[in-house]
Design a protein around this ligand. Structure first.
Ligand SMILES: [Zn+2]
Ligand SMILES: [Zn+2]
Length: 329
């Protein structure tokens, strides 16, 4: 019976319905009008959409089961090893960095806009480094291994990625004056929207959402980010506002004629949990061991993925610029 109870709690936990269920049980529906009440209603949206998407996949006979299977294993694995680390890092960062803030913002709408733009800046830094420093790519690559796009990709993360991401994002926000209450609100919005941008083509075929594609980051932009096509690789690092991609020249719209090819450039078995979860770490370890001299070994760790001590670099920057040059000639 204990097993069934654990299973029940895990399912309720995954669906994110426990808080809403508690409110319904008390019979005091006015609680839904509080911030926590609204949150309790928004949390279950992504897991429920995921289930709907899976069902649609079966109806259209394109259920992408390999990706769902591995991402489900990742979810279970992370539940065991990583669940409290990210929360602990945020708490530590607040303790360390809030006293060092250059100024403090208040709880007003204009400071909320400021705070969101700063959060996106922190997100850009973490995400850009996750693609450009091979050590950090090892933490981020698991998220890019799925060769299809659907909402289960939201759960495909190496367990140390969240602490790495949150340390950078919260430190940037705290030092630039964002107060913790505002930070938590933004983290909630960012997490929910950041999950939604993985919606697959079985649910939403054209994810550009009309004029919204011009003013914010849509699932279409994020499909481009997950693609390994030379034009798309290493673009669109933002999450909800794509201001910083435009500032730093990494903005790329989906081209009607170029269908995103999802996945990473290394040949992998995307149905194999070990390859998906540890493959990049193993590949880095092999390169470091076989590289001659300490300088080359360190370069493998800190240079962008694709860097080689032989000089035959295949970094995304080279791949993309070669493509753009060949297209313009
Ligand atoms: Zn990425
Ligand atoms: Zn993603």
């Amino acid at each position: 019976m204990e097993f069934l109870e654990t299973l029940y709690n895990e399912i309720v936990g995954f669906l994110g319905i426990s808080q809403a269920w508690e409110i319904i049980k008390t019979g005091d529906f006015s609680s839904f009008r509080t911030f926590d009440g609204v949150k309790s209603l928004i949390y279950p949206i992504i897991p429920l959409l995921l289930l709907l998407e899976l069902i649609l996949g079966f109806i259209y006979k394109k259920p992408q089961t390999k990706v769902y299977k591995v991402n489900f294993l990742i979810y279970i694995f992370n539940r065991f090893v990583g669940r409290f680390i990210a929360i602990a890092m945020v708490t530590l960062c607040i303790g360390w960095f809030q006293p060092l803030a250059i100024f403090q913002t208040g709880p007003t709408w204009y400071w909320f806009i400021y705070a969101y733009i700063i959060w996106e800046f922190g997100h850009f830094i973490y995400h850009y480094l996750g693609h450009k420093v091979r050590l950090f790519w090892c933490l981020h690559a698991t998220h890019h291994t799925p060769e299809d796009m659907n909402l289960s990709v939201t759960y495909a993360h190496f367990f140390l990625e969240a602490p790495y991401a949150d340390t950078i994002r919260t430190t940037v926000c705290l030092l630039l004056g964002v107060e913790p209450a505002m930070l938590f609100l933004i983290m909630f919005i960012d997490g929910t929207y950041g999950a939604f941008i993985h919606v697959g083509e079985n649910m939403v075929k054209d994810a550009r959402f009309g004029f919204l594609n011009k003013i914010m980051l849509t699932p279409s932009h994020h499909r481009v980010h997950h693609a390994r096509n030379p034009l798309y690789i290493d673009t669109n690092f933002c999450n909800l506002l794509n201001i910083w991609d435009r500032v730093f020249g990494t903005y790329q719209e989906e081209q009607p004629k170029i269908k995103p090819e999802y996945g990473i450039t290394r040949k992998i078995n995307s149905g194999n949990f070990i390859d998906v979860y540890f493959g990049e770490i193993i590949a880095l370890g092999k390169d470091v061991i076989s590289a001659p001299g300490i300088k080359n070994k360190l370069s493998y760790i800190f240079m962008p993925p694709g860097w080689s001590h032989t000089g035959e670099h295949k970094t995304s920057k080279i791949v993309r610029s070669q493509y753009l040059t060949s297209r313009s000639t």
